[in-house]
Design a protein around this ligand. Structure first.
Ligand code: NI
Length: 264
């Protein structure tokens, strides 16, 4: 964990259910607010992680959860899976359907099944009036086609696409989430994307335990390290770091329907 001089950090995408946090999850989460983090959304990837995210949100007031099936897991989805997601979404700490989408890089589920499950969950989100958290890897064209078809509220998380794609997503009324990837030396497109879109469309996220920002690469990421991502984003937007953190928090609260006053 990092000591940060900043406050009011909202990590809009984390995976605290991940086994990387098994040795010290409670220790970490108990102290995270003393290190500038005021809220976290845990992103579900399958039914167990969606359940676990909700369980953590019952334990920690600053903790919210999304529920959904990642494209990697699409193959296992049946109608019962969708029913279970629908019932999990009744919990008041569930703020989104996600992460859902298409992953044509790993192709861990057949593409046709990925599209089918993505569409089922876009419909579920619409029915529940919840925003979506989108995962899209090497599937930009098809992701955009489906976003245009269903017009959800939501965020494309861990955005690494072009400025042009960024403008198109923002044009649909959606948001873009950026991870520690923007601190990596070889990142170029994501930086241009940040510069291309209005500040009120940017979210900060860790995707922890993954995407650890420089200079901590190789270590396990947690929400306190987001300050380094905020620093890079602030530099690209010509803003003081704390202001960037505050704007990203306001954007996150607006998207997910969270009262800012409810945050610690
Ligand atoms: Ni993620």
């Amino acid at each position: 964990m990092e000591q940060t001089q900043y406050h009011g950090i909202f990590d809009s995408h984390a995976h605290y259910d991940d086994e990387a946090f098994d040795p010290d999850r409670d220790e970490l989460l108990n102290h995270i607010s003393q290190n500038g983090v005021c809220a976290v959304i845990n992103a579900g990837c399958d039914l167990p992680s969606s359940h676990e995210g909700i369980a953590l949100s019952q334990k920690y007031p600053f903790f919210y959860s999304s529920i959904g099936i990642h494209p990697h897991e699409a193959q296992s989805v049946t109608q019962e899976t969708i029913e279970e997601l629908r019932s999990l979404a009744q919990n008041p700490k569930v703020v989104a359907v996600g992460e859902i989408g298409l992953d044509y890089h790993y192709d861990l589920s057949p593409r046709e099944k990925q599209r089918e499950v993505f569409e089922q969950q876009l419909l579920l989100a619409k029915e529940l009036s919840l925003p979506v958290i989108i995962h899209s890897r090497e599937a930009t064209a098809e992701t955009l086609t489906l976003l245009k078809k269903y017009r959800p509220q939501g965020v494309v998380h861990c955005f690494s696409g072009s400025a042009e794609t960024a403008r198109e997503i923002v044009g649909l009324g959606m948001y873009l989430g950026f991870t520690g990837m923007i601190t990596f030396k070889n990142t170029k497109h994501a930086l241009e994307a940040i510069q291309a879109v209005p500040t009120d469309r940017l979210l900060l996220e860790t995707d922890c335990p993954y995407m650890t920002p420089v200079p901590y690469r190789g270590k396990r990421c947690d929400s306190t390290m987001i300050a380094l991502t905020a620093q890079k984003m602030a530099q690209l937007k010509n803003l003081p770091i704390q202001e960037m953190i505050d704007l990203a928090r306001q954007n996150t609260c607006r998207l997910f329907g969270i009262e800012e006053g409810a945050l610690g």
